[in-house]
Design a protein around this ligand. Structure first.
Ligand code: PEP
Length: 248
């Protein structure tokens, strides 16, 4: 299966910085073996669509999408609107949104459903906190989070992407070891297989959490790690390009 390397820019960037970053990525990406994705803040999607015009190697993604199709939902952005700007993927349920916006498993599942309805691939994020890991709850937490997405999107399971992002590894410089990550990915694969064995073989499972140029290769070599969701290192073109190279 073709790996997916996705950059989550979070709330970073500016018109000038975005232009410089995309220019460097376009110049260095060549014809990658993996799929490459950049997810800028929503305010810059139109700019990114223009910057990526004619570039088949890099796809455009969003960091979030509304669970509603449209209407009186101030501040939200619908999946159909994202699709109009060439958005192909949408991250849903990132731990920062679960933590700061109080997003529930069901809400995240409904966001994924809206994305699918508009032809956008949802990247459903799951992951445990440090306390949960220390209490031995990792499997329980990630499977609970994923079960809502499975239940709401059962008919289209093969079309989703899942990102395992241990909260304790995000932006901390503390990465899960390849073995720790693989163990959770195998659990998630088994959970998907219990719902739909065919779909489970098609769903890409990304690892996220301080993936960088130095550790990407070992993580991406694991049998159930089908790509990466990268925050900090996605803002530095040389680092992101190295990770893309490691996903060959
Ligand atoms: C993320 O934001 O999804 C992420 C994994 O961030 P970082 O790579 O900076 O840990």
């Amino acid at each position: 299966m073709r790996k997916l390397i996705a950059g989550n820019w979070k709330m970073n960037g500016s018109l000038a910085a975005n232009q410089a970053l995309v220019q460097a990525l376009r110049a260095g990406v060549g014809t990658p073996a993996c799929e490459v994705l950049v997810c800028p803040p929503a305010a810059y999607l139109a700019q990114l669509q223009q910057l990526l015009a004619g570039c088949d190697a890099i796809a455009l993604g969003a960091q979030d999408v509304s669970e509603q199709a449209g209407g009186a939902y101030t501040g939200n952005v619908s999946a159909a609107m994202l699709a109009e700007f060439g958005v192909r993927y949408a991250i849903v349920g990132h731990s920062e949104r679960r933590q700061y916006q109080g997003e529930s498993d069901l809400l995240v599942a409904r966001k994924a459903q809206q994305a699918l309805a508009a032809g956008i691939t949802p990247i459903v994020c799951v992951g445990e906190t440090l306390v949960e890991r220390e209490q031995g709850l990792t499997g329980f937490i990630v499977q609970r989070q994923l079960s809502a997405a499975i239940a709401v999107n059962a008919a289209r399971l093969a079309e989703i992407v899942v990102a395992y992002e241990p909260v304790w590894a995000i932006g901390t410089g503390q990465t899960a070891t390849p073995e720790q990550a693989q163990q959770v990915h195998a659990l998630l694969r088994a959970q998907l297989a219990a719902a739909d064995a065919t779909a489970a073989r098609q769903v890409r499972l990304l690892y996220g959490g301080s993936m960088n140029a130095a550790n990407a290769q070992a993580l991406l070599a694991q049998p159930d790690i089908d790509g990466g969701l990268i925050g900090g290192a996605a803002l530095k073109a040389p680092d992101f390009l190295t990770i893309i190279g490691a996903a060959a």
